[in-house]
Write a protein that binds this ligand. Sequence first.
Ligand code: XBP
Ligand code: MG
Length: 255
Amino acid sequence: MPDSLRALIFDVDGTLADTERDGHRVAFNQAFADEGLTWRWDENVYGPLLQVAGGRERLLHYMADALPAWPLDEREALADQLHRRKTSHYLELVEQGAIAWRPGVVRLLEEVRDAGIALAIATTTTRANVLALFEHAGHADLLDAFAAIGTAENSARKKPDPGIYHHVLERLALPAGQCLAIEDSRAGLLAARAAGIPTVVTFNDYTRGEDFDGALRVLPGLAVAGDPIGNNGGAVGETFVGLADLRRWLSEAHG
Ligand code: XBP
Ligand code: MG
């Protein structure tokens, strides 16, 4: 079957785990304190900043307002320094167990792996962050099941640019139509769709309400109360998105 599912490509931040509020955001603030800066990104400030993908890019965006008189090269040097520190704080937080998988994620990863379908990652975050998540949130063994792990280091441009998805498709050596992406944000959805990949959105508190036009399905998560995905006959309880759902949705996408 030319259109059958051959690979499932996961975004990381906000999709595999809710990393932003208690992870990246906290780490940015720790980096600001290290540098003697009074900047603090509370949850309300951080939400809109998430529209800018990439931690370094997010810092530069903020600094354009916070330090308007600084020449660009000095802002870039400070952004690099802050981002290095932020990454090291983030890794410490992950090591301390601050970040957990979103419900239903590990179950789906295992089901897809056991079915012999390729797993992949397409993220704008730093590679070390992805590896640490698997190692310290448990399930380091799952890393072996990933045929491609595309991270910030593999694409100069961040989502919504499709660069990271193109990289992952090339590594997988598969056509976009035989893959399915899972994303949590509009920027991620646009990136995957621009690479031609059918995409399921599992939104979170930061991305709820974004425009997900073009998604194959828009869900509150991979494990949801009630029966929004229609695979348990309407019974109330916890329902997990499984491989059968993904296959069904993908075949719908191909008409
Ligand atoms: C989300 C991002 C990242 C993180 C911070 O990536 O935009 O920038 O917020 O990580 P995705 P870095 O949803 O694609 O996983 O500071 O390492 O960029
Ligand atoms: Mg994301």
